[in-house]
Design a protein around this ligand. Structure first.
Ligand code: ZN
Length: 601
């Protein structure tokens, strides 16, 4: 079988244009069709990558061939004899991990944005020629990708290969003058390529990440010192002033972090920012198993022309979110106290989401394309995160398994890995429940019906008690309070039931279901100008919430568009939606042993 030959050239860095061509020897006699994906695996939104295609052309050795666009994401060349080269010029100025980017500082692309798939060729092997940019700065550029090299120096431009189109688009490419640091985990080299301006201590980052990766490899391998499921792994990290994001691939991940989240030279503590970065890297690495190899049947194979529906994203994102921080604890990178703070924050985030009463995590998974990825001012009332609530369902499932079966969620993950991931078999919609029930030795159908397909509140306080941990609740101090910690003073007594957009103006971002603001008629987007006759400010609202009492009324003036409106709000007691967790050392030895088995020491 002849390979489909791709070539990508950073054609014009100041216009942010890549020139991407695709050559096949024996085009379809009826006129070869080429398609660009509408979404990228791992990010469940129709993104229409074809909108960044500026121009296309086709060529054979005997001359130019006409090309006609036949749908939003497809082109057809006129009938001809090969070899036929289809070339697209693609605008690339998206800094996100799911786009393509090119300027004088760096180039990046995830293949779904730039490589067309010729109809009928998805399973053919692919070659990719990465061409170095011709500008002066480009002479110093290197390449960081997990794509196997065919004829290219290590870290250099040249010829790469992929077994098929699916693999071709699953090895994003970073090019530029990034910093590079490597470590071994699971007997395999792992590279970290850091782009963007930063002063982080990369040696320390590599040391910490090594421990996290080895812990995950050991979890799935079932014993210490297991081997990684890949031959080479690459973390592509872009440090920016502000930013957060990650996208998983089969042997790499692309990450974005705030540059201040990298550990500062000389620092030894794990601060909040660094913990966030480690959690993100841990999360994406866990996907190497959970979603890249253990994957929903609906993704085998991926249909990148249209939505791929599954009710299981909670398992692939939620279980991964449970393990991302847990693996930081298990590998000794963070303390138990830090870990419990992160779980407390996750519980707080879910408690602040009225949408948990109306949407299950199974529904949230199914509707990710419409709702989770397209959030608006009403999302807190209508949507629950299959990441955050999914992580709490995973936690509850782990505790239930540990309590009555002496099994753990680790056992479930290993079983899924051995039965599905290692065998390249998609996970059916009911397989996870079946595997968990089998390992529990009892039917977990009611658990899944209540907490996965249903919206029943998780019995976390009761479960934690069996593990010597007390779940505590209080009111949130202000909008910056994420929970996770005890705060005793200056807590608000009342609540308005709305969230504000950041800034000095008092602009309503969300009006929460059944709160005082919604009952009074305040709407998202309103700009509040006065409260009880005094000029509104974020500070005045905080002061009011600390000093007034439930049942009292306040008058509010607000602009909706340019129309002044007045409202009477009846204040309600501030909800206890900030959670923190406290180890209780006065429990029985049995309970404390259970906790130690779960969280260590
Ligand atoms: Zn994820």
């Amino acid at each position: 079988m002849t390979a489909t030959r791709f070539r990508i050239v950073p054609r014009d860095i100041n216009a942010h244009l890549f020139e991407v061509s695709c050559t096949i020897d024996d085009p379809d006699a009826a006129g070869q069709i080429y398609r660009l994906p509408t979404w990228v695996p791992g990010s469940y939104l129709i993104r229409e990558f074809a909108r960044h295609v500026v121009s296309v052309a086709a060529q054979t050795p005997s001359g130019e061939v006409s090309v006609r666009k036949i749908s939003k994401d497809a082109w057809q060349a006129a009938a001809c004899t090969g070899p036929l080269t289809f070339t697209a010029t693609i605008y690339a100025f998206d800094t996100s991990v799911r786009g393509a980017y090119l300027d004088a500082t760096r180039g990046f692309f995830v293949g779904a944005c730039v490589f067309v798939c010729p109809d009928g060729r998805a399973l053919q092997p692919c070659e990719l020629e990465l061409v170095a940019p011709s500008h002066d700065l480009g002479q110093a550029w290197r390449v960081a990708t997990s794509m196997p090299r065919q004829d290219a120096p290590e870290g250099g431009f040249g010829l790469y290969r992929a077994a098929d189109y699916d693999e071709l688009i699953d090895h994003p490419v970073e090019m530029g003058t990034f910093d590079l640091i490597s470590f071994d985990a699971g007997s395999v080299r792992h590279d970290i390529a850091v782009s963007g301006r930063h002063h982080g201590d990369l040696e320390r980052f590599a040391r910490d990440l090594q421990r996290v990766c080895q812990s995950q490899i050991d979890l799935f391998g079932g014993r210490p010192g297991s081997r990684a499921p890949v031959d080479h792994y690459v973390f592509q990290l872009l440090a920016l002033g502000e930013g957060y994001g990650g996208l998983e691939h089969r042997a790499s991940t692309s990450l974005i972090c705030a540059r201040n989240n990298l550990p500062a030279p000389g620092a030894t503590a794990v601060d909040d920012g660094y913990r966030t970065l480690l959690g993100l890297a841990s999360h994406e690495y866990f996907h190497t198993w959970n979603v890249k190899r253990i994957k929903p049947a609906a993704f085998v194979p991926y249909d990148l022309a249209t939505e791929a529906y599954t009710r299981q994203l909670w398992a692939f994102e939620g279980i991964t979110s449970y393990y991302d921080d847990l693996m930081l604890l298990r590998s000794g990178v963070i303390s138990q106290r830090d870990y419990l703070e992160l779980v407390g924050r996750a519980i707080s985030a879910v408690l602040r989401t009225p949408g948990r009463h109306v949407q299950s995590i199974a529904e949230s998974s199914f509707d990710a394309w419409l709702k989770y990825y397209r959030q608006d001012e009403n999302s807190p009332n209508a949507v629950v995160s299959y990441y955050v609530k999914g992580s709490l369902v995973a936690l509850a499932l782990d505790l239930v398994l540990r309590l009555d079966a002496h099994a753990t969620l680790d056992d479930v993950m290993r079983a899924l890995w051995q039965r599905f991931g290692q065998r390249d078999v998609g996970v059916d919609e009911d397989s996870i429940e079946a595997v968990a029930s089998e390992l529990a030795g009892r039917d977990l159908g009611p658990f899944f019906a209540d907490y996965v397909s249903g919206t029943r509140e998780l019995p976390l306080a009761d479960l934690f008690r069996e593990f010597g941990i007390e779940l505590k609740l209080r009111a949130s101090r202000d909008e910056r309070d994420r929970g996770g910690k005890a705060i005793e003073r200056n807590l608000p007594k009342v609540w308005l039931g709305m969230r504000m957009a950041p800034g000095n103006e008092v602009r309503v971002k969300n009006v929460l279901a059944d709160g005082p603001a919604q009952r009074a008629g305040v709407a998202a987007g309103d700009t509040i100008v006065s409260l009880d006759g005094l000029r509104a400010s974020p500070e005045r609202i905080e002061h009011l919430c600390r000093t007034r009492l439930p049942g009292e009324c306040i008058s509010v003036l607000a602009f909706r568009r340019d129309e002044l409106m007045s409202f009477e709000l009846v204040l309600k007691q501030a909800p206890n939606d900030a959670c923190w967790l406290v180890p209780d050392e006065k429990r029985t030895a049995e309970v404390l042993a259970r906790r130690a088995a779960w969280l260590g020491g």
